[in-house]
Design a protein around this ligand. Structure first.
Ligand code: NAG
Ligand code: NAG
Length: 175
């Protein structure tokens, strides 16, 4: 059963990857949004500054194994993620991500290859007891690979948020 799942995923990825570098958007595409938030016990301004430290935010993502800023545009990074499939299969995927500071955090847009586009919208907001950090991820992908991408994002960004929180709180504690 698991082996079948891995085979199906691998052939789905192969099919989707075939007309590289980029598939036209089609009726097979699906767009989904996932929102997660975490309460950080640190000042709002520090939290926004941390969200706008692009290199640090990239490093917090447990899937990332390499990242290189673009020589011409410091807001663009070439990133390599290591993705794991069932049964110990793994593959590396290289993509470009563009980061933009906003007054309340930052936005990213990644053209992740395999016809996958991911937008991340980060917002920090002062609330009773600290700063509420909310991440909204919008994934557009072929409906076959979409559930896989969503579950990767849910688990990796769950970890990212937890590390983000402990990093900031450690810093706030020292201040
Ligand atoms: C992914 O990249 C890492 C580090 O460069 C390398 O060790 C690994 O063999 C690569 N994996 C695949 C499946 O290409
Ligand atoms: C943080 O913001 C999100 C999105 O607006 C909201 O759903 C969540 O309830 C907020 N969390 C707290 C603790 O206020």
């Amino acid at each position: 059963m698991r082996y079948q799942l891995a085979t199906v995923l691998l052939s789905a990825l192969a099919v989707v990857a075939a007309p590289a570098p980029r598939l036209p958007r089609s009726i097979f595409d699906k767009t989904t949004s996932v929102t997660s938030s975490i309460l950080v016990n640190a000042p709002l301004a520090d939290t926004i500054a941390a969200l706008q430290d692009f290199q640090n935010m990239i490093n917090l993502n447990p899937l990332v194994i390499s990242s290189t800023p673009d020589a011409a545009n410091p807001n663009v990074y070439t990133i390599i993620d290591k993705l794991a499939l069932p049964l110990g299969f793994e593959f590396n995927t290289t993509y470009k991500a563009t980061f933009t500071k906003t007054p309340v955090g930052m936005d990213t847009i990644s053209d992740a290859g395999l016809g996958v586009t991911i937008q991340n919208h980060w917002v920090a907001e002062a609330i009773e007891g600290g700063t509420n950090v909310t991440e909204t991820d919008t994934v557009t992908a072929n409906f076959v690979v979409s559930p896989f991408i969503e579950s990767e994002i849910k688990s990796s960004h769950g970890q990212l948020l937890e590390t983000f929180k402990s990093q900031l709180e450690a810093k706030a504690g020292q201040a």
